[in-house]
Design a protein around this ligand. Sequence first.
Ligand SMILES: Nc1ncnc2c1ncn2[C@@H]1O[C@H](COP(=O)(O)OP(=O)(O)OP(=O)(O)O)[C@@H](O)[C@H]1O
Ligand SMILES: [Mg+2]
Length: 959
Amino acid sequence: VTKPVATGIHVLRSGVSAAPKLLEREAEVTAIAAAVDRATRSGDRLTAVVAPAGMGKTRLLSEAARLASDAGFDVLYARGSELEQDFAFGLVRQLYEPTLVRMDPAERDVLLDGAASNATVAVLSNPSGGDDAHRDFSILHGLYWLTADLADRKPIALILDDLHWADTASLRFLAYLLPRLEGLAVPVFVALRPDVVTQGERLVNQVVTAAETTVLRPAPLSARASGQLVRSLLTAEAEPGFLNACHEATSGNPLLLRDLAVMVRAEGLDPTMGNAGMVSVLGPRAVEQRVMLWMDRLSPRCLALARAVAVLGDDSPITQAATLAELSIEDAFRAARDLERADLFRATGDTGSLDLARRLQFSHPLVRVTVYGGIDPADRVAAHRRAVDLLRQWRGSPEQVAPHLLRVPPAGDEDVVAILRRAADEAFAHGSPDTAATHLRRCLAEPPPTEQAAQVQWGLGRVMTLVDTNGAAQDLAVALRLATDPVWRAEIAVLLSTALTFLLRSEEAEKVCRDALTGLPAEEIDLRGKLEAGLLLIPLLQPHRGELAERRHEATALTEHDTVGSRELDCMLAAHAAWRSDPESVRLALRGLRAGVDKMIFPESAAAPCGWLVLIHADRDEALESIDSAVAQAHQQGSVHGLTTTLTLRGLAWLWRGQLAEAEADIRAGLRHADTARFELGHLMTHSFLADILMERGQLQEAETALAALGVPDPIPAEGPLLWYLDSRTRLLRRQGRFAEALDMALVVGRRFQAHGGDNPGFLAWRSEAALSAHQLGRTEQALALAEEDLRLATRWRAPRPLGRALRVMAVLRGGVSGIRMLRRAIEVLEPSPARLEHAAALLELGTLLRKDGQRGAARRHLAEAYDLATTCGAEPLRDRANAELRTAGGRPKYDAPLGATALTPSERRVVEFAATGRTNREIAQQLFVTVKTVEVHLTNAYRKLGVGQRDELAEALA
Ligand SMILES: Nc1ncnc2c1ncn2[C@@H]1O[C@H](COP(=O)(O)OP(=O)(O)OP(=O)(O)O)[C@@H](O)[C@H]1O
Ligand SMILES: [Mg+2]
């Protein structure tokens, strides 16, 4: 095992001791001290130091390390480097490995058992045992628990420098950790340059702009402080004009000031006005100038060693750097000492000892860049090639070797192919599909022997489906060209056609499926089903491809078998049937989902989500059961894509059931995961559902923001998923009182839905929306016609929620006795159903009409019930209206928060059920993928609702 010996605090401290006094950073240091102090109590924030190169970020982090360590924290440290960006979890490993390696093995085993065990592959270079089935999410979760467990033993602070060079897997962890910092008491400090564009840019932005992040932006030093800094490094007394020239030439950048001063001293330049011109020339490139100056003066062995470290990367063991530099170990120690004295290497403080485990590091990243840039390109390639050979001799992992291979031109070497393929496998197992893709791409360029090329290309395509749909479509298309076996081609076609359909390239998707079907042997029933399901997805997303829906008649025969393909097909057929309000769709969806989502292609295929949508819109409880288990599976497998989809749909289900807080929590979690991964397909529906939830909660402004965030172009494109967006916009316009616009938009939704062959009022209630707006505009006839047709269709579809709503809308239009009659029917339908929000709305309208009819007593009863139900749902506008009506009817609301097991929110219930079986809060948190703090909050609420004082009473109270 190659293990980093220098721990963060040493590295950082050694940097400080040699550095000049810290100038003009009072505000930043105060903020850092406050963050440390806060962390000793609750610790809910991340502090990011953001500034260009040389502005003193690392310096501020060393202040953070000092303050945290003085306050009793163990400081865990890591630093991004250019070379290691393609090393999955490289930064995370730097952070945790030293601590774990130093730990007593027995204690470490305890720590890495349980929930933190999934973190093992990420934090240890050679984890013993363990399977490779891990994917990012379970690793992230494991890392969260590792952090929590370490902090339980002894307070820890995390410091991550040069985050702009971090690998994406580590960044994903940071993004995952952020919202969970609450209650962890772990202060986190990061530093990054704002101007470096890298693959992890999006994630870095996410971390920096998160609500939990405090950003510090250290400014350039003033003329005064610049003068002070330069003077402190010079022996002779400097003239003010000279100091001003230094300030101007460096724009107050501390690194440049420092290097300029060091150079002036080394060159024996007099700090006089007369030499100011010289300074202006040297200033902006002070670092480069200084490096070049020394490189010319130091011995050739220094140059060789410095170049070896520049190639191997910071933190290389001296033994390896010596071998690459072709120096004896004694000469390497001598050279390292000289380089430290010249301030090109970071001083480690133990220059004298010949510690073979010693690691070498440049004094500053810019020094490495300059040294590396100074190597002749041909020599650079040769050095990386040699590094590959040496690392293999030293038994470096494929992931360690691969970054060097990326810098060596292809040569058709089979060994290289093998290394890159294994590196890709490792990266993928570590939850870094993007890194795996980089390696596979380089592997293809080698190129691999012909018989492997198709395999590698197929692997690349599959990995890309997790990274980026566009890229996946390209790579899978190439894989399809290379593959010859018809069965294999069909497998590729299944993924490729889905990607193409999601990209709305339906003609190509269709061709891919049809071609694959043509060549497929008749007995391949399963693949046949999957391909037919692929074809049936197209018309659901693209209205003008309606003719493809006709295939459902022939496809039905395939569902008689019991295969993954037949189940996928069932779900697709269910969606098509539901679209046209055919109640038969429920049976099909239930059949498709019967074996559980683990027996389907999920999340790459849209089949299971189609099945869930059908069940959700039919008000069926089975929808939640199936989605719940899919959420658990997505957690286990670490599929961020799967989590986004399942949480979004579960949020929708909770919305219709009137669990608004729960719905919002799920949807927001879904959005967060969508941001953490590069998954943008789900955004459209997720934002639309979020807007609807917010509207029901009375937050119209926020709803508008959620929809605007999608940046849908005008005119609005005709694609299927946009229907939900349009539908939400319609509702928002009506609630904003913009009835004419709302009516127009509702009719647009209707036209598009119909063009899609859709008429199910459970999916899109455009007719009720249009009717309500038309009513407000005084267009009574139009309103009635729309409402009648809606009622007719809802009656056919039978689901309680849309039927109740259609009746309510009709009642609002008609008013009077017939209105009252319709509302009574609505309530009959809704009362036994899970559609509580719609139930509350019907009660409210009934109470209102009864009051107008002079039946004040009955009115008050219904209005009070509406008030209670709306309050429980968290539907504020409904509650406020019920309140007002109730007062008009001579009553006053008297809300008794519901008690007992039925009053528990879904999240509370999940927690309580676990607690009742004797699990600890920690265990529950681990099981449900939430923080301990969240569990505590849910339990406190549940105790109150259930009227119990302790855990062992829970089981009984639940029953
Ligand atoms: N406010 C300051 N007062 C005095 N010296 C400073 C100050 N800030 C930074 N320095 C010194 O300037 C040099 C460069 O600072 P540092 O390495 O922290 O920059 P950085 O922002 O981390 O750069 P990079 O982006 O390249 O990592 C160091 O020697 C540091 O000690
Ligand atoms: Mg730095």
